[in-house]
Design a protein around this ligand. Structure first.
Ligand code: NDP
Length: 336
């Protein structure tokens, strides 16, 4: 009989999560029923959005239940199938992450083409974070050639792809902010025209130095001081794609709003939030374009990988702290 490990949320974090809010639990893995598959998960995703889901507050997704496995993106291979639609050996992405083996309906898995990119890429550049970057830049910000673009969280999974997409779409200047000198150096390698460490003085000043003529587009992964600085730097008719606000995910008090929001009137700005799950109709076009760029070597991606599900919580805390460059993942190698 097969057993596998999975991570449960056992208490709701107050502020920064603690390892004791989680438990690694060994469970029996059932055989797949009719219509189901058994997937041996090879890569598990940790994502910032998981932090708000740990609170007992309904946002755009329901909160995680206590004493049950969490979910999230994962990729793995089918090792037993009760469905004619999935063959043993197929590599699939699905949402039953945070566990070594997943038993789920075949219809809730999507096969991926590992000849285009390795399986792990389907959790990053060709997965949810790449899709988020593409939709945010192309559809939400409607970024045009010749524009100046600012991306926060720029060394992360979404931000590093968003900045490169802007460049590929003809941005005149792409500016990124990130949390360390090493990340800033990496942004230059990825083709960002300017980059700064947001710890080095007020964001507003660093942004004014990096984009002295102002910005047309802001891709916001961070919120707070970054958003306020971007509003100050916006040119008339500028657009903000509001993707996330990681600077407040562990806050115990609601963060203050941007104090200069009223500037949006005179500058005629558009600030538009989006949730990637509402843009599934764009998925095929996203894959076609980004897979093409990958084949041409026009877009690069990075991963920060920890080994073993026992390091899943550490990886999750790491993504909130900024330990990662590119997509943060856990490699899982349960017996086949
Ligand atoms: P990242 O890979 O960007 O990891 C998070 C990064 O946030 C860290 O590496 C860290 O980098 C940075 N960070 C942490 N705390 C702060 C802070 N106080 N101020 C500034 N930066 C901070 O994660 P993702 O690419 O997965 O996600 C990026 C954003 O996109 C998040 O806000 C997330 O919620 C959002 N998102 C939104 C989706 C949607 O549908 N709207 C879908 C997917 C993601 P550093 O060292 O630079 O501080």
């Amino acid at each position: 009989d097969r057993t596998g490990r999975q991570v449960h949320l056992v208490s709701r974090p107050d502020g920064w999560p603690r390892p004791s809010d989680f438990a690694l639990v060994k469970v029996d893995v059932p055989e797949p029923a009719d219509g189901q598959v058994l997937v041996r998960n090879r890569f598990l995703s940790v994502d910032p959005y998981m932090r708000p889901k740990m609170n007992d507050v309904r946002s755009y997704t329901p909160p995680y239940e206590l004493n049950a496995p969490m979910d999230g993106p994962a990729v793995g291979e089918v090792i037993a199938s009760g469905s004619p639609e999935r063959a043993v050996g197929e590599v699939v992405v699905h949402q039953a992450g945070w566990r070594e083996y997943a038993v789920l309906d075949a219809a809730r898995t999507r096969p991926v083409d590992v000849t285009v990119a390795p399986a792990s890429a389907y959790l990053g550049v060709l997965g949810l974070t790449g899709f988020t970057a593409w939709v945010g830049m192309v559809d939400i910000a409607a970024q045009q050639a010749g524009e100046t673009v600012f991306v926060s969280g720029a060394a992360g999974a979404v931000g590093s792809v968003a900045g490169q997409i802007a460049k590929l779409r003809g941005a005149a200047r792409v500016v990124g902010s990130a949390g360390s000198a090493a990340k800033v150096a990496r942004l230059h390698e990825l083709g960002f025209d300017a980059a700064f460490d947001y710890h080095d003085g007020p964001v507003r000043r660093r942004l004014a130095e990096a984009a002295p003529d102002g910005i047309d587009v802001y891709f916001d992964n961070v919120g707070g001081e970054h958003l306020e600085a971007a509003i100050a730097a916006m040119k008339p008719f500028g657009r903000v794609a509001m993707c996330g606000s990681i600077s407040s995910y562990n806050a115990t008090e609601p963060p203050p709003g941007p104090r200069n929001l009223a500037l949006a009137v005179g500058k005629q700005l558009t600030l538009r939030g989006f949730i990637i799950g509402s843009h599934r109709h764009r998925h095929d076009e996203f894959v076609a374009q980004v897979a093409g760029w990958l084949r041409e070597g026009a877009i690069r991606y990075e991963e920060t990988v920890l080994d073993g599900i026992e390091n899943m919580v550490e990886a999750f805390l790491g993504v909130l702290r900024g330990d990662n460059t590119g997509k943060m993942l856990v490699r899982s190698t349960p017996p086949a």
